[in-house]
Every structure is written in C-alpha cells, then in structure tokens.
Write a new protein. Structure first.
Length: 112
C-alpha cells in the first residue's frame, strides 16, 4: 500500500521515499524526495497523525543528532529512507536541523 507525499501528493510506495516523525508527538510525514522536506519545513511543517515505528519497536539506537552531534532527548525527529528492502535511519535534535541537513543533500551530500 502506498502513501502520498506530504508536500506534492505523489504516491510513495512502501519501498521508496522518506518517512519523518516526531515519535513523542505521534505524528509523521512522508516524502517522495528529500528535497521536499525543505519547503515543507519552511511553510510550517504540517504533520499527519501516526508513527513510522510501531509501538514497542526500538527507535532509540540513533542517539545523536546527525547534524550537530548533540545527544538526543525524548523529543527528537526521526527520518527513515526506504530503499527497497533497506531502511536507513537518521535522527535530529530539532526540525531545523533536519531542514539544514536536507538542504545539504542529507547523508549523501557531495564532499567539500
């Protein structure tokens, strides 16, 4: 079953795209492309109710912000890239760090 991109409405199959969540708030967003995170945050980050990690499933293995390296608290932003059968996760201490990371190309940014 596919979901739809929170930003553009394109269908996003289960095995592709990006899922973003604030687990403590039980809200999520789905994106067909990482680039869609940036305008979504700028416009005010409208979330859907839901989770990207099921209750009881651990989501705390990502203990540091992928941008600044600070330890993460209970309130954090998770992003999981779905690529075929693989799930590639990152976490952030706040939404603005996710935005900055996405602007720079995410974990696959070009070397400087």
């Amino acid at each position: 079953m596919s979901e739809h991109c929170t930003w553009c409405g394109t269908a996003v199959p289960e095995d592709s795209g990006f899922r973003v969540a604030e687990p403590e708030e039980r809200r999520k967003a789905v994106f067909c492309r990482l680039e869609h995170v940036v305008p979504w945050v700028i416009r005010g980050a409208e979330w859907e109710a839901g989770r990207i990690v099921d209750d009881g499933e651990p989501d705390d293995a990502l203990g540091r912000c992928a941008l600044c390296g600070d330890p993460l608290g209970v309130e954090r932003v998770l992003v999981v890239r779905h690529r075929g059968q693989h799930r590639i996760g990152d976490a952030f201490c706040r939404l603005e760090h996710l935005e900055e990371w996405a602007k720079g190309g995410g974990r696959y940014k070009a070397a400087s």
